[in-house]
Design a protein around this ligand. Structure first.
Ligand code: EZ4
Ligand code: CO
Length: 402
């Protein structure tokens, strides 16, 4: 099962996606997501210029060895660009293995550990009233878990607050927008938001919140304490996690469960967080953390320490990543929840898929491999458009630590 061809397809059906397509000598192909929001072409070029020449002629069945070869053989280890490129190769090879054995990916990963994958969506609004309405809308769609973000009084714009009801997209074409930040405003406001949401929607529904790395550890401890009465499912990215030991300080002060890891790319980024039980959910993704092969290792380490998975799943992860994530989620024992933001109809048409949403849960489907395809001729109608994630500045103009 030699690899005879591999190519990168970049398209922008509403937002940019980078997809790797690997084809074997018997005509089977596999897909892998390589999208790195705001830095897409760096991964495309890493793959095209440096990885694809190494793939031609290799045995597509040797997934682990290929992973080790690309990771160790490069000499330069880790980092989002390298690890997204390796992830794309790894995902595509798992897809090929599934197709060649005529089995859905989750069967190759040990089979289903549960019947369905619990997902959460993002409700957001410019103020509390609009956020309550958006939250109610998610409940009407059947969601059992919803993340809530709201514009903050006194700040002109806040990261994480979507535009439009369903299609959350923080990146902007051409030049990065600037969001405003004030921890004082935020800490005063956020408990009010969840007090209101609990009053409106009761104790059963899972409520989540993302602090987007904008707090110091002691500020995060304050947020966690003040949110305790509202029993959050989790508080996400309370503080930047380069300094893993800083989570000790948050942990000492609050029982609000903590989630982190959407920007991590290897197991080493979360080793201390997991081994010291400083977090409850690890949010590493298939696309940014080295593919299925590496994510399994992270999840297995987490299992030892009673940490669950809660993979990132915003719309900048392509349907290929979402499909792979759902197979992973269905199979892994210590799964917690999966983030799921609906893609636009244009994106769904470019990436026809077997996965589906029903009543708050998702199902990867039983198509062989990952069950996500790419319509190349349609993709060609949506050329790449440069886009950036926003910068974040404090009220006095200082770049914020997010
Ligand atoms: O900032 O997907 O939990 N979700 C998030 C997202 C991320 C974007 C980055 O590309 O934090 O909004
Ligand atoms: Co997040």
């Amino acid at each position: 099962m030699k690899i005879v061809d591999a190519k990168v397809i970049v398209c922008c059906p509403g937002r940019n996606f980078v997809t790797l397509k690997i084809t074997t000598e018997d005509g089977i192909y596999g897909l892998g997501d390589a999208t790195l929001n705001g830095r897409e072409l760096s991964v495309a070029s890493y793959l095209t210029e440096h990885v694809i020449p190494l793939l031609i002629g290799r045995d597509s069945r040797q997934i682990e060895d290929t992973w080790q070869y690309l990771y160790k053989g490069a000499y330069w280890r880790r980092g989002p660009v390298t690890m997204s490129a390796i992830a794309a190769v790894d995902t595509a090879l798992w897809d090929i293995k599934g197709k060649s054995l005529n089995a859905p990916l989750y069967q190759l990963l040990g089979g289903a550990s549960r019947e369905a994958v619990l997902v959460y969506g993002h409700a957001s609004g410019a103020d509390i009233k609009k956020t309550v309405a958006a939250f109610g809308h998610y409940l009407s769609l059947g969601y059992k878990a919803v993340r809530a973000q709201s514009g903050i009084p006194g700040l002109s714009s806040t990261y994480g607050v979507g535009r439009g009801q369903m299609f959350y997209e923080p990146a902007e074409k051409d030049a990065p927008p600037v969001n405003q930040w004030s921890t004082e405003h935020y800490l005063r406001f956020v408990p009010q938001l969840f007090e209101r949401l609990r009053k409106e929607f009761g104790p059963e529904i899972h409520m989540l919140h993302d602090a987007h790395h904008r707090l110091t550890p002691i500020e995060a401890a304050r947020a966690g304490k003040d949110l305790e009465p509202y029993r959050l499912f989790w508080l996400e990215d309370p503080t930047p996690a380069e300094l893993q030991e800083s989570f000790r300080l948050i942990r000492r002060h609050t029982t609000t469960p903590l989630a982190v890891g959407e920007v991590f790319n290897t197991i080493f980024d979360c080793q201390q967080l997991i081994q010291e039980q400083l977090i409850d959910y690890i949010r590493t993704t298939v696309v940014h953390a080295g593919g299925i092969t590496h994510l399994r290792k992270i999840a297995n380490l987490a299992e030892l320490y009673q940490v669950r998975t809660g993979s990132h799943g915003a719309t900048d992860l392509s349907p290929v990543c979402m499909g792979a994530a759902l197979h992973f989620d269905l199979s892994v024992h210590n799964f917690g929840i999966q983030e799921y933001m609906q893609h636009t109809p244009e994106t769904d048409k470019v990436f026809p898929h077997a996965y589906s949403f029903r009543d708050g849960f998702m199902y990867p489907g039983d198509a062989p491999g990952i069950g996500v395809d790419l319509d190349e001729s349609l993709a060609a109608k949506y050329p790449y458009q440069r886009a950036y994630l926003p910068a974040n500045r404090k009220l006095d103009g200082t770049m914020h630590n997010w």
